[in-house]
Design a protein around this ligand. Structure first.
Ligand code: GLN
Length: 264
């Protein structure tokens, strides 16, 4: 009998149909895979704009990335749900918000046209458009985090600045991170993680997936949650390959350095 036999978890996938750049949907697939491998059933509900949603009824919440156009579509709807989402997360609901979703979980996002989109204010941070002449932050990323080395891919114009009291998700080893300047990447509040990393993130970083699942189980069934170990050799190989490619430096990194030299 698998460890979690009879256990069930509910995942709210916010705006699954709108916010899904670079296959961020893979995060829901990874969560389900690591549940099912342990005999835990994971029900995934896509929550669309205007649909009824009570965060308290869920054990996990995820939202993916999207470009400015998609962010404008969801911003008003998300704002109305802000207080309920914030209070559920502050009371322990684990969550993952990626890129465009991450930006709107902060205090505000000023997009490339100067339009101000107020966020739900879970993370103490704001995101500003690139200054004139600044490029999008694109490429493979390697982070040092509380979950060990995390790999992913970023592509964002917005520069996120954390308030001094706001905890980061990780520190940039390779890549650009929140703003390309201060070495921070993402943000954490309670059991919620915000990050720019696509990939998608969770399939290649099972320690992060299991952190979210452990918190979800503890919330529903009480501490301590025990997660049976899985054979992660494929995930480890994928992370190792991504890490090697990233450390070697991708084409974009090389061009950036060359352009920097030519500008001097
Ligand atoms: N529109 C945002 C930016 O470019 C987010 C992009 C994304 O989610 N990939 O900063």
């Amino acid at each position: 009998m698998a460890d979690g036999d009879g256990m069930r978890l509910r995942l709210a996938h916010l705006y699954a149909d709108v916010m899904n750049v670079y296959g961020d949907r893979g995060n829901a697939i990874a969560l389900r895979y690591r549940c099912e491998a342990r005999g835990i059933a994971l029900e995934v509900d896509g929550i669309g704009i205007g649909e009824a949603f009570d965060p308290e009824a869920y054990d996990l919440l995820i939202v993916g990335g999207g470009e400015d156009r998609e962010q404008r579509r969801i911003a008003d709807d998300l704002l109305t749900r802000g207080p309920a989402i914030r209070s559920a997360i502050e009371e322990g609901l684990p969550a993952l918000a990626v890129c465009g979703g991450f930006q709107l979980f902060g205090e505000r996002y000023v997009d490339a046209d100067g339009t101000v989109l107020p966020g739900i204010g879970l993370f103490r941070m704001e995101t500003l458009p690139p200054a004139r002449g600044e490029e999008r932050l694109i490429g493979n990323v390697l982070l040092e985090t509380d979950f060990g080395e995390v790999v992913g891919f970023e592509n964002h114009g917005g520069r996120t600045w954390l308030d001094g009291r706001q905890e980061r998700f990780g520190s940039v080893v390779e890549g650009r991170g929140n703003n390309g300047k201060d070495g921070s990447e993402g943000a954490r509040v309670a059991s919620a993680i915000g990050t720019y990393l696509h990939g998608s993130l969770l399939p290649k970083n099972p320690a992060v997936t299991d952190f979210l699942l452990g918190k979800a189980l503890a919330r529903r069934y009480g501490e301590p949650a025990t997660l049976a170990p899985l054979d992660d050799s494929l995930e480890a190989a994928a992370r190792e390959a991504a890490s090697t490619i990233t450390r070697r430096g991708d084409g974009e990194g090389l061009w950036r350095r060359l352009r920097g030299l030519l500008r001097r």
